[in-house]
Design a protein around this ligand. Structure first.
Ligand code: MN
Length: 280
């Protein structure tokens, strides 16, 4: 059944995620035959671990891969992508806080746009484990490929997990050595970071039971919860942590704030702009 696994894993009385409208899936599947624009998105998801969910519209649902390190624009950097259950089409614009249960954490809509398969038969490409496609998103563009690496030698030891794929950028004008997950780290929907998304919700939601407890994700979440609580209480200006003072901004335009991070040698420099107050 369509979206069966998606529905099995979730309790829709306790998650804000869409429940998966099968009629909508059917409608989209029908439209797919006549329209050439298919939806794609990448959702940055801080759950027990930080990862990026890469989703491509196909047959009325979103084919989904969890990419632990996120996409890379460098063709030499192949990124592990674990195929997960199909998601409903309306999941593609979801951003928010999952308070408990499966995937508990924060979801950010990191990129969205349209995709086009580079060969006419997507099902055949999936079966073969070699799907070439073109993306037209805000952050990701140009030609890419998803190659299945797992399941080649069923029964053998080692990584024979049939869900393992690699997400690889093809060499073209949109390839480069910019770390896109660092360079463009925020939401294309709200323009905010995780703490802004959490501040719109309930920063105290995980008081007793945090989805990420230890390690990098746990430390990251702890900081985000603290920052979100400050933002909600109106105590923090969004850029206060960077040491660089940002112009005062409203809640909805926090896109230029930066967290302190190691300097990389990215060739593209974000326009810093003069220290000018922009509020009228
Ligand atoms: Mn996820």
């Amino acid at each position: 059944m369509v979206l069966e696994k998606y529905k099995q894993k979730r309790n829709f009385t306790s998650t804000p995620e869409p429940s998966g409208d099968l009629k909508l899936a059917e409608e989209h599947a029908k439209q797919e035959k006549t329209s050439k624009s298919l939806f794609f998105c990448v959702q940055k998801h801080l759950a027990s671990h930080l990862h990026y969910d890469f989703r491509l519209e196909h047959r009325g649902v979103l084919l989904s891969w969890a990419v632990p390190k996120g996409p890379s624009l460098d063709p030499k950097t192949k990124r592990l992508a674990m195929m997960v259950e199909d998601h409903p089409i309306e999941y593609g614009t979801f951003e928010g806080v999952i308070p408990e249960g499966y995937g508990a954490g924060i979801v950010m809509l990191w990129d969205q746009g349209t995709w086009r398969p580079e060969s006419p038969d997507v099902d055949a490409a999936l079966k073969k484990g070699d799907l070439k496609f073109t993306l037209d998103g805000f952050k990701l563009k140009g030609s890419w490929v998803l190659v299945r690496t797992g399941g080649r030698y069923p029964g053998s030891s080692g990584s024979s997990d049939a869900r393992s794929w690699l997400l690889i950028k093809h060499r073209d004008d949109w390839a480069g050595d910019v770390d896109i997950t660092e360079f463009a780290s925020k939401s294309v929907k709200s323009e905010g970071d995780f703490e802004d998304i959490l501040a719109q919700d309930r920063p105290d939601v995980w008081e007793s039971n945090r989805p990420a407890k230890g390690g990098e994700a746990g430390a990251m979440l702890a900081k985000i919860i603290e920052r979100a609580a400050e933002l909600k209480a109106g105590k923090a200006s969004p850029a206060s942590a960077s040491g660089r003072r940002a112009a005062p901004q409203t809640r909805t335009t926090v896109s230029t704030t930066k967290k302190p991070r190691a300097r990389t040698t990215t060739p593209i420099k974000k326009k810093a702009g003069p220290k000018r107050r922009t509020r009228s």
